[in-house]
Design a binder for this molecule. Structure first.
Ligand code: MV4
Length: 457
């Protein structure tokens, strides 16, 4: 009994990350890949590899039948979905479990609940999490919307129940624009998700994005691993993440962490999860829950010393949580820079052949990446090609080490966001931790204007 062969239903750095955790546990891996990923590092390292389709994700990494068939053929007894792709697909999770394959993820019912943002908010509220003031669930009647909006005050934010991650939102500045803007948002939501259910929230003008990492055993025990600050984002793509947040006190961390862990215990949540909050004027407001492992999980690993993928696998195998809350110690500071194959000024994707690659190293420097010299980055998928995660005993020490490590990284053949990160590390607001979700995009505008005025800068 027990998990002995994991099929990794993903690609890129996260596939490699999962492979490494599995191998450390003595578990074999099965890589499934598209024709475009035959030369990927995780495919080479995996014990078994199955080509599941053409480059298009719809026909490969999202292809339920091909993935289940690959699991059956190779005798995999568990599937890890990584992030993105099928990771938050409740139907696929159901299918996996119906095949007696362990789903290394939350219970399908919880994926389903949290995928519906109205249901998620109701559930969070019932479990005692602080909510953004807004409509009590979905609203479809414009008179009712005007009533709710008048009560919470403008500006309000119309959000699609099937949205999330920034999709299907519209800021409504005043009552006269409510009906036309909500109608527009509904049309967009209908087109994007096939569902125009909307809800209203008070629009928070300048918050930080603070998310708590949680783990549950599915039987009523849960822990939190503190927060990550992911406020530096561009178009809902995180660029730079850190743990702990520079603005959260140890007291608030343990208080809010206790609330989220109690909530997860009460719902008998299983596996890894992230509870997202907006944080403004010292208050937390729940917005969404992600029922998956996140890209930025390594910063939590760095400050807790825990292997989050190992924890996920243990839980999927029916084991207890490996630690008790009182045994979790937060030490030092960690920052992750996402390195994308893209132009550091225009953000245009830059796929292609890696002519030369040199990875940063040294004390407390981690690079999660499947890159190697001679590898060709395919144009079909996400542009993130590496994550640089640096740890230091203090935030200042971490920033100094990060600057040094970024300077060591050499990626030739494609454009990357390394120069963007090097510029960011010169900004006083980044160095002092004085930023909100608006900071990066505002800074990028200033930078573009300065560049237009004087191309030498
Ligand atoms: C908000 C908000 C302001 N007020 N909700 C964007 C993604 C999704 N997770 C929720 N989002 C937001 N919800 C209220 N009531 C602002 C955002 C938002 C945002 C949130 C986190 C990180 C970056 C963001 C960028 C733009 C808008």
């Amino acid at each position: 009994m027990g998990i002995s062969r994991i099929l990794i239903a993903n690609r890129g750095e996260i596939a490699l990350r999962i492979h490494r955790a599995a191998h450390e546990m003595g578990i074999e891996t099965v890589a499934v890949h598209s024709t475009a990923d035959a030369d990927a590092m995780h495919v080479r390292l995996a014990d078994h590899a199955v080509c599941i389709g053409p480059p298009s994700a719809a026909e490969s990494y999202l292809n339920h039948a091909a993935i289940i068939s690959a699991a059956e053929i190779t005798g995999a007894d568990a599937i890890h979905p990584g992030y993105g792709f099928l990771s938050e697909n409740a139907k696929f999770a159901d299918i996996v479990e119906a095949h007696d394959i362990a789903w290394i993820g939350p219970k399908p019912e919880h994926i389903r609940t949290m995928g519906d943002k109205v249901q998620a908010k109701k559930t969070a509220g019932a479990l005692g999490l602080p909510l953004v003031p807004g409509s009590d669930g979905a609203v479809s009647d414009f008179d009712e919307m005007r009533e709710v909006a008048a009560e919470i005050g403008y500006p309000v934010l119309a959000k699609a129940a099937s949205g999330g991650g920034g999709r299907g939102m519209k800021v409504i500045p005043s009552e006269d624009q409510l009906e036309p803007l909500v109608k527009q948002a509904m049309n967009e939501a209908k087109a994007a998700f096939g569902d125009d259910t909307m809800y209203l929230e008070k629009y928070l003008g300048n918050p930080r994005h603070i998310e708590f990492q949680v783990f549950g055993d599915g039987r009523g025990n849960a822990i939190h691993l503190g927060e990550r600050d992911c406020s530096l984002q561009r178009r809902h793509q995180k660029v730079f993440e850190e743990a702990p947040s520079p603005v959260i006190s140890q007291e608030d961390r343990m208080r809010m962490g206790g609330i989220v862990a109690d909530a997860m215990a009460a719902m008998e949540y299983r596996g890894a999860g992230t509870i997202e909050f907006l944080w403004e004027n010292g208050e937390f407001y729940f917005i969404e829950m992600n029922t998956r492992l996140q890209v930025e999980h390594p910063v939590t690993e760095a400050i807790t010393g825990m292997d989050l993928v190992r924890e996920q696998i243990r839980i999927a195998d029916g084991k207890d949580l490996s630690v008790k809350q009182e045994d979790i110690v937060f030490t030092g500071h960690a920052i992750e820079c996402r390195i994308n194959a893209e132009d550091p000024f225009t953000f245009a994707p830059s796929p292609g052949k890696i002519e030369y690659y040199h990875q940063a190293g040294g004390m407390h420097v981690r690079v999660d990446s499947g890159l190697y010299a001679g590898y060709t980055i395919p144009p079909y998928y996400d542009s993130m090609i590496a994550k640089l995660i640096v740890y230091g005993r203090t935030r200042e020490g971490c920033l100094m080490r990060l600057r040094r490590a970024l300077g060591e990284m050499v990626i030739q053949g494609v454009k990357t966001s390394i120069p963007l990160h090097q510029e960011l590390l010169k900004q006083p607001d980044v160095l002092s931790g004085n930023y909100t979700i608006k900071w990066l995009e505002e800074w990028l505008v200033t930078r573009a204007e300065a560049l237009a005025a004087d191309p030498e800068t």
